[in-house]
Design a protein around this ligand. Structure first.
Ligand SMILES: [Zn+2]
Length: 162
């Protein structure tokens, strides 16, 4: 899995990088790595997301509601469910790519489903099993090619003369 840039959700500045597979709730500093050579991890290894601050806008870099913050203090909420990456929002702990929300109802058909659908269409006569091409459009004539050759030769000749 490749490393992704993690952005501040409030000011959009890239803060750290992370392997998405290394992220888990609740987020702690050790799950993140510096942006690159010459950069520090702005978070301490054992630091909870609750105390993380964006070095650019000085806010907590996660968009958390007051209710969520209160719930997390009482250990009733494990903290942010998402992080903002340079490729979009990533749902922590999911197998979804950044930018894809697992809450969307996407039905992924099985091979059997697809085959059943295909067979139903064939049986209903909705699928053309042979295609005849006898349109004159598709039979290229030699005169067209000859004309094209002449034009390109003229152009080349002109360019050489200059
Ligand atoms: Zn910020």
């Amino acid at each position: 899995m490749t490393s992704h840039k993690i952005l501040c959700e409030l000011c959009d500045e890239p803060l750290v990088t992370a392997l998405l597979s290394e992220l888990g709730r609740p987020l702690t500093g050790e799950m993140f790595c510096p942006l690159g050579p010459g950069y520090d991890n702005p978070f301490q290894a054992t630091q909870s997301w609750r105390y993380m601050l964006c070095p650019h806008c000085h806010n907590r870099p996660f968009a958390v509601t007051d209710e969520q913050a209160t719930a997390s203090t009482a250990d009733q909420w494990d903290g942010p469910e998402t992080v903002k990456t340079d490729k979009g929002v990533y749902w922590i702990g999911s197998k979804y790519f950044p930018g894809v929300s697992p809450s969307r109802d996407v039905v992924i058909p099985t091979e059997e489903d697809l085959e059943a659908e295909w067979n139903a269409r064939v049986n209903a006569g909705l699928v053309a099993t042979t295609v005849k091409i006898n349109s004159p459009k598709y039979s290229a004539t030699s005169t067209h090619r000859q004309k094209a050759d002449k034009v390109s030769k003229k152009k080349r000749g002109g360019a050489r003369g200059m």
